[in-house]
Design a protein around this ligand. Structure first.
Ligand SMILES: *Cc1c(COP(=O)(O)O)cnc(C)c1O
Length: 382
């Protein structure tokens, strides 16, 4: 750790692991295919500036974020590659998009019209550089985009706004590519074929950036016809779906730690925490850990999960509080104040993944890592 970090609760992000994940995934793609690194939500909690800088140094030229503030942060951090905003930016922010040289996704015909109205204002024309945009295409997610079932109309809309909005690409999003059942695979193939239909409708425009594969889609489908794959979760070393198998060598890049703030002996009958939900049945030793739900640790894990201490599992006893939790260390007697517990990650051969947590709280690994609060400092190591 090269900068001072308060050792209460913190996340260590291995940039070396991230780089290897990127290289391993890249090696599995056809030679010319590139990657758009999806670094929205602070790079899924890994620290967007550090992650994007490392990736740009290693040849990544495309980045995706969720909003204009994330995009601006990357530009201010020195990222020079293409940055695509996947979601809504108020049309009146057109000038900011232009100044920052950010690519905006066009979410609908109505959205394109509103953005074009901004660009046509004389003050924009005088002061600002042309915009950069890509049109979202809806192939079945039914969230944003032009209707791919009507490729001719989609093509006309793209042509209509191409000049004024600087359209240089189209993209769609797959909604069941993480699932390998027959019906899911059929749906993904239908989505790809609908997208290819819109690509055909605008082929004469030679748009350089046509893309559709996410982490899940990239497991199965060739990136060859597309400009790049948009890679999020696999980059960070997690599975799109718990049932998926990752390419060999891909590993989670983050370790979440929190210190032991107190160790206490319990006698039979004593209880711990709010609601007195845990009662000692025998002589026990309980350690207090300096992290809670305000740090993003799911309260639903109360009495249901464990952390690692000295490479061993210490089960959570009692309710998880806002800033603290308590764990059973009866069988880990060496536990002392100041020890670092591992909440996510590896410790002497034992591992807790975000997917393990997600299974207990009935969600996905994505949510677990995105929920780690900003008050938990991120420390980047090689
Ligand atoms: C978040 C997102 C991605 C990345 O998805 P992963 O499953 O993390 O690879 C790709 N494309 C779009 C449009 C997204 O919103």
């Amino acid at each position: 750790m090269d900068r001072h970090v308060t050792k209460r609760s913190w996340v260590e992000v291995s940039l070396g692991t991230l780089r290897r994940n990127y290289e391993l995934y890249r090696a599995s793609l056809p030679e010319k295919a590139e990657i758009m690194a999806v670094v929205k939500a602070d790079a899924y909690g890994h620290g967007d500036r550090e992650v994007a800088r490392m990736l740009e140094e290693n040849g990544v030229r495309f980045f995706a974020v969720s909003n204009i503030d994330e995009a601006e942060r990357l530009r201010n951090a020195g990222i020079t590659g293409k940055i695509l905003i996947l979601g809504y930016t108020p049309p009146e922010e057109a000038y900011r998009l232009s100044v920052l040289g950010i690519t905006q996704a066009l979410l609908s015909e109505e959205y394109a019209a509103a953005l074009a109205a901004e660009v046509r204002k004389p003050e924009f024309a005088e002061k600002c550089a042309p915009l950069l945009c890509e049109f979202a295409i809806d192939t079945g997610m039914n969230r944003i985009g032009l209707d791919a079932e009507n490729p001719r109309h989609s093509g006309e809309v793209i042509r209509k706004y191409r000049e004024i909005l600087g359209i240089d690409g189209i993209f769609t999003h797959l909604c069941v590519a993480d699932t390998d059942t027959e019906s899911a695979v059929a749906f993904t193939e239908k989505q790809l074929s609908l997208f290819n239909g819109v690509m055909d409708a605008v082929r004469d425009l030679h748009l350089p950036y046509c893309h559709c594969l996410n982490s899940a889609g990239g497991r199965t489908y060739s990136c060859a016809p597309y400009a790049f794959a948009r890679l999020g979760i696999i980059l960070y070393g997690l599975k799109p779906d718990r049932a998926n198998v990752l390419p060999a060598g891909i590993k989670p890049a983050m370790t979440w730690k929190a210190v032991v703030s107190m160790v206490k002996d319990f006698h039979p009958g004593e209880t711990v925490g709010y609601g007195r939900t845990f009662r000692a049945e025998k002589e026990m030793r309980i350690a207090t850990i300096a992290a809670g739900y305000a740090d993003g640790y799911p309260r639903a894990l109360s009495n249901r999960f464990y952390v690692l201490l000295h490479g061993k599992r210490a089960r959570i006893v009692g309710r998880i509080c806002m800033d603290q939790m308590t764990v059973d260390v009866t069988d880990i007697p060496e536990t002392a104040m100041g020890d670092a517990a591992v909440l996510l990650g590896e410790d002497s051969g034992e591992t807790i993944t975000a997917d393990d947590v997600a299974k207990v709280t009935d969600t996905i690994g994505y949510e677990v890592i995105c929920d780690i609060a900003s008050r938990v400092p991120r420390v980047h190591v090689d």
